[in-house]
Design a protein around this ligand. Structure first.
Ligand code: NAG
Ligand code: NAG
Ligand code: NAG
Length: 512
């Protein structure tokens, strides 16, 4: 079993200082900062959404916050009733079974937690810790032996909103959506290709704690970007994984012990210069998920190679060749061939060709192995330190990039060196995720994001409802496309490594 001690953490986090420096350099990195072209988005009037008298929203998430004495994984209630006449006054959390007899009043519910709500929109952390075990037989070991059938499952509790008289307004569970793609195409949403879908993603997807790690050490506050492991992220509904890989040709420290689980592991998922865990386990998790959830398609973006690969675009290293061998060994026949027909296929047809699209950030190797490696996914990363700045930056990108090829909105805040050095006690990536995930989810449910955003990648994804938003958005997009027979407007882009060209073609071509 993966085991690591405080010593090995400190060894692995020795590169933190380099990380700080690198982050500043990254702020000027051309690939991530590329300014997107700016075609005019369609007029808003064109898209008048169906008048829904009350677009109420209620969802349950898992708070990423931790603190002394605070239980982990507290459930959080999120609501938005600004559009509605009815105003929720109280939120209660009750056992799932209580739903079988729809209650008229709060006192009929088996209440685990209750609090009054202030405001038509907001969120509230409950005192209930969400269990780690996944519902519906989707735990990794169970899913590997017997494939669960249902497309989604609720955790074993529910949240209800009550009005001031104690009458039930709305109730919702916390759910996993391991099969949302299949569910989408089986219910008629079979006309959308990957670039036309909204795809929930994670940023630095492999930076989650390993078993036994000290999760709260100061350095870890800026190292870990997720709590869910790769398998859990996919079961939750994430379909885009952002990976940065380091190559370590020698065993180091504990790893030299032949009976150590990490012995001989050459490729690691890194957070910049810090290695977090062996890549092989991450790839195995992807494999286990795809074997259990036939019909789902996952994008693996090998975005950067920060350690041990030589200078970018130099092919004087065997590391890329070895990495590719590892990818082929674990994912093999699941790889989606890089062909025009795959790029244009709807997810329904695509999954028959394969279920993992591997995008590769090293242009030289991508071209050399272009039968299986896809061009890097452009990441629209704004290096923002405030919610306002982040939302403004991403808003601009959504309008500019709509319906081009695959691209990822990186919807997380980036700490500065000063944040890291001066605010160790007060600040962390957890806090930053907590500050933005509510609003990012709200944006994903409305306006341009709802209609055009492709990949949206966040930190601590279970603290958002991106998957719920994507499921709604994709249903809407599919119906909209069918109704308007808009094959020409939904132009799927085929990018074989020369995306700049594709984009300028796209600008010139009339959209109607
Ligand atoms: C959570 O809050 C409810 C009341 O709102 C209380 O009855 C319950 O004991 C609390 N549970 C914990 C674990 O603190
Ligand atoms: C190597 O690892 C094994 C199993 O974890 C342990 O029992 C043994 O003491 C280790 N050897 C050394 C030299 O650390
Ligand atoms: C974030 O959400 C809150 C609550 O709805 C809202 O008041 C605020 O304006 C939003 N901020 C941004 C930048 O969207």
């Amino acid at each position: 079993m993966a085991r690591s001690t405080a010593t090995s953490w400190s060894r692995r986090t020795q590169g933190l200082f380099c990380l700080l420096v690198l982050q500043q350099v990254m702020a000027a990195s051309p690939r991530e900062r590329q300014e997107a072209p700016r075609p005019e988005p369609p007029a808003a009037s064109e898209e008048s959404a169906e008048a829904d008298p009350c677009r109420a929203l209620l969802y349950v998430s898992v708070s990423p916050l931790r603190g002394r004495g605070r239980p982990e994984r507290l459930a959080e209630v999120n609501w938005d009733f600004r559009d509605c006449d009815v105003r929720p006054a109280r939120a209660v959390l009750f056992d799932h079974d209580a739903l079988n007899v729809p209650p008229k009043t709060a006192d009929k519910l088996a209440i685990r937690w209750s609090d009054s709500l202030a405001g038509a929109a907001g969120r509230l952390v409950t005192n209930y810790s969400v269990p780690r075990q996944l519902p519906g037989g989707w735990d990794r070991d169970s899913a590997a032996s017997a494939t669960p059938e249902e497309p989604e499952y609720c955790f074993d509790f529910r949240v209800a909103l009550l009005d001031e008289h104690g009458a039930l307004i709305s109730s919702e569970c916390l759910r996993i959506r391991p099969r949302w793609m299949r569910q989408l195409f089986e219910s008629g949403g079979d006309n959308l290709a990957l670039p036309e879908l909204m795809l929930p993603g994670t940023h630095n997807s492999g930076s989650f704690p390993r078993e036994g790690d000290d999760k709260d050490s100061h350095l870890v506050r800026y190292l870990l970007t997720q709590d869910l492991n790769t398998y859990e992220q996919l079961v939750w509904g994430v379909r885009y994984l952002d990976l940065r890989v380091g190559h370590y040709p020698q065993d180091m420290g504990d790893q030299q012990n032949e009976s150590h689980p990490d012995h001989g592991e050459r490729f690691w998922v890194n957070h910049d210069l810090v290695r977090v865990q062996p890549l092989r386990r991450v790839l195995h998790d992807v494999r286990i998920f795809l074997d259990a959830a036939v019909g789902e398609v996952v994008i693996l973006d090998f975005h950067r190679f920060p350690v041990g690969f030589g200078a970018e675009d130099m092919e004087d290293t065997e590391a890329h060749g070895e990495l590719l061998a590892l990818i082929r060994e674990v994912l093999g026949e699941r790889l989606i061939p890089n062909e025009r027909a795959s790029a244009l296929a709807s997810i329904k047809d695509l999954h028959k060709r394969g279920s993992v699209l591997v995008a590769y950030g090293d242009r030289g190797w991508q071209q050399r192995e272009r039968a299986v490696l896809w061009a890097a996914v452009p990441q629209l990363w704004g290096n923002q330190q405030s919610l306002e700045g982040l939302v403004e930056y991403l808003d601009r990108q959504v309008r500019a990039m709509y319906r081009v090829e695959l691209h990822a909105l990186m919807a997380e805040l980036t700490p500065t060196v000063f944040d890291i050095l001066l605010n160790l006690e007060r600040s962390s990536l957890r806090l930053m995720a907590d500050q933005v995930n509510w609003n990012i989810t709200a944006h994903a449910r409305a306006g341009y994001w709802f209609k055009f955003a492709n990949i949206v990648a966040v930190d601590f994804v279970e603290g958002s409802d991106l998957v719920g938003a994507a499921v709604e958005a994709n249903r809407w997009r599919s119906e909209h496309k069918r109704r308007h027979n808009e094959a020409s407007r939904f132009s799927v882009r085929y990018c074989d490594g020369s995306c700049e060209q594709t984009q300028s073609e796209f600008i010139k071509r009339p959209r109607r």
